[in-house]
Write a protein that binds this ligand. Structure first.
Ligand code: SF4
Length: 259
């Protein structure tokens, strides 16, 4: 699939966060080439990008320059990298903007909480290892079925690559977590046992969230999933997951409040 890359000059880098545990948000790109069919981030983008989700990415070309000014002025806090894009989507391999932002944040003693679906994050292991105490890394895993993941999250690293990256980071002594969300109706549950096992093996906290039905889910597979999601007893699904976590001694938390 051809990716349309655009560039933009921005006037601010750090955004105020309303997300739990984060003081700031930092998004080096607008749009995300991973193209997850359920992605809610499109709700925060202009219509043109939302309607062509996964096909247009805007590079915030001067964001590192702006962040360099902000990190000396702003109060220290936890920065969520990233919240409405994936900071390690494929274009980052050439742009290296995320790498620069990480360096700036950690050199200035901001804490960084990274969430990704890409093993490209391993490229920055050197920087992460220098300031382990300031960093936590989360991988989103909704299923371990590679074929299904290719349909749901077409351009993200496949689940086994994410797991390998998670193991590597955890082995370096960096705090890790897994985001099992959204829980895909009739799909994610198949992987519950294994995902909890991975959380245990990597000493990762397991966050979860239900599949949230959004107005854009009007056609194709995502529409079918939204229809199925209406019938799911989320409290039961959450209980099943929590019981597995308890039986294996894995710490868990709901990502956005109780289901
Ligand atoms: S990786 Fe995250 S931001 Fe990117 S499309 Fe998937 S859910 Fe959206």
């Amino acid at each position: 699939m051809e990716l349309l890359v655009e560039r933009k000059v921005v006037s601010s880098a750090l955004g105020k966060s309303n997300l739990p545990g984060l003081d700031y948000t930092l998004n080096p790109y607008i749009g995300c080439s991973h193209g997850c069919i359920y992605c809610y981030a499109r709700l925060y983008c202009e219509k043109r990008i939302a309607e062509n989700w996964g096909k247009i990415v805007v590079v915030k070309e001067n964001i590192a320059e702006i962040l360099a000014k902000e990190v000396v002025k702003k109060r220290r806090g936890v920065v969520g990298l990233s919240t409405i894009t994936d900071a390690y989507q494929s274009i980052e391999a050439e742009e290296k903007i995320t790498r620069e932002l990480l360096r700036l944040l950690l050199d200035n003693y901001f804490k960084v909480s990274i969430q990704t679906k890409s093993s490209l994050l391993l490229r920055d292991l050197d920087i992460l290892c220098e300031k382990k105490e300031l960093v936590d890394v989360g991988f989103t895993i909704t299923t371990l079925d590679e074929k299904i993941a290719k349909i749901l999250e077409p351009m993200a690293s496949n689940p086994s690559e994410r797991v390998k990256a998670l193991e590597k980071i955890s082995a370096e002594g960096i705090k890790t977590w897994i985001f099992l969300g959204p829980i895909i109706p009739e799909i994610s549950e198949e992987s519950f046992d294994e995902i909890v096992e991975i959380a245990k093996a990597t000493n990762s906290l397991l966050y979860y969230d239900k599949f949230r039905i959004k107005p854009f889910m009007t056609s194709g597979i995502v529409k079918e999933l939204a229809e199925k999601a209406k019938k799911v007893e989320w409290k039961e699904v959450a209980k099943k997951l929590k019981d597995i976590c308890k039986s294996k001694g894995v710490e868990f938390a709901s990502g956005f409040g109780d289901l």
